[in-house]
Design a protein around this ligand. Structure first.
Ligand SMILES: [Zn+2]
Length: 345
């Protein structure tokens, strides 16, 4: 089946015309047989860099049918790239499912004593962390729980630095869960590739993050749900910490963007397929609309090593009826979806 894709590609804002050639895009203004024309404002799909397909609640075991359902929910929303920073399964699916979005795997969550949800993730001592991180990063990424509760110590800086160095030495990348100011600081000083949440991040660290290429994934979607459910019975110290973190996160995202830090869209929480809501939060924080869309699309893909809408790039395309930069609400209504060269919609 000949598929012609044409329209205005973002972020270049150039008229493009491709034919689908297997899984790839080939620049061409015509095809010998055209069965379908996909047109409009074109993105290389949306991307959610913080999602945990396969489980819905802390403590649950990985379920492959749930995983498939989650990934299809992403796909239906136009999300064609997902990074899973931590899973209840070591490798998720064994091989890429051709009908599901591209998946960047992060192994199991690496949790040292006193940190993370009871009974979840791979539990290791601080001494074991660097070697375990290398094992979990065999598919590219690993995820370290760098801190947990507000008044508890984070993973010590020397341990985290040894972990990041060991993973980088084998070509892997390290995502660090951090929420406390000290946990965020250790993640930055250790040279982590991404800070997940980073809610109490000290702004004085932003230039260093920009210089060394540490990304920030604020996951507003997840915290918005926590904020919405904060009841009076919660520990007042915890409640104050969560609320102050929420208030701090918005100016942090703007300051990070202005300092040149790569800010990316990740939802964290079930249900899957809600990255557009995260993009709206980034806009609310003050990021320019185009940069916020990039954070949940081309910037995220490029950060994961995937090409955009170029000759020879993957035929992953989502078309919209209007310019999403002019009218971001159109992001909730993808008109056409092509994944790995297959027309989904
Ligand atoms: Zn998470």
């Amino acid at each position: 089946m000949g598929v012609l894709i044409r329209g205005i590609a973002l972020p270049q804002r150039e008229e493009v015309s491709f034919v689908v050639d297997g899984e790839r895009l080939r620049a061409s203004s015509s095809a010998s047989t055209v069965d379908d024309v996909v047109e409009g404002w074109l993105l290389p799909g949306l991307a959610d860099v913080h999602s945990h397909p396969g489980t819905e609640k802390p403590g649950e075991a990985y379920d492959h049918e749930v995983f498939r359902r989650h990934m299809i929910a992403h796909r239906e929303a136009g999300v064609l790239t997902v990074r899973s920073p931590g899973s209840a399964d070591q490798v998720l699916s064994r091989a890429d499912d051709v009908d599901l979005p591209r998946l960047s795997r992060g192994g199991r969550w690496l949790a040292t004593p006193g940190r993370f949800f009871e009974g979840w993730g791979r539990r290791v001592t601080e001494e074991e962390l660097p070697a375990a991180a290398v094992e979990e990063a065999s598919n590219g990424w690993c995820k370290v729980i760098g801190d947990w509760l507000p008044d508890d110590p984070p993973v010590p800086l020397d341990v985290l630095t040894a972990t990041v160095d060991a993973v980088h030495a084998v070509g892997g990348r390290v995502a660090v869960h951090c929420q406390t100011a000290e946990g965020c600081r250790n993640a930055v000083l250790a040279g982590a590739d991404s800070l997940e949440h980073g809610v109490h991040l000290d702004h004085s660290l932003l230039p260093r993050m920009a210089a060394q290429g540490t990304a920030l994934v604020p996951t507003f979607t997840a915290f918005g749900k926590i904020i919405g459910n904060l009841d009076e019975s919660r520990d007042p110290r915890l409640k104050e910490w969560i609320l102050s973190g929420w208030e701090h996160a918005f100016p942090t995202v703007l300051a990070a963007y202005e300092a040149g830090v790569t800010v990316l869209a990740g939802t964290d929480e079930y249900p899957c397929g809600e990255v557009v809501g995260e993009i709206f939060r980034l806009i609310e924080a003050g990021m320019p609309v185009e940069a916020a869309i990039g954070a949940g699309s081309w910037t995220a893909r490029s950060w994961l090593g995937l090409p955009g809408l170029v000759h020879g790039g993957f035929a992953d395309v989502v078309a919209y009826a209007a310019d999403p930069v002019e009218d971001s609400s159109v992001l909730t209504r993808p008109s056409r979806i092509v994944l790995r060269g297959q027309v989904i919609r």
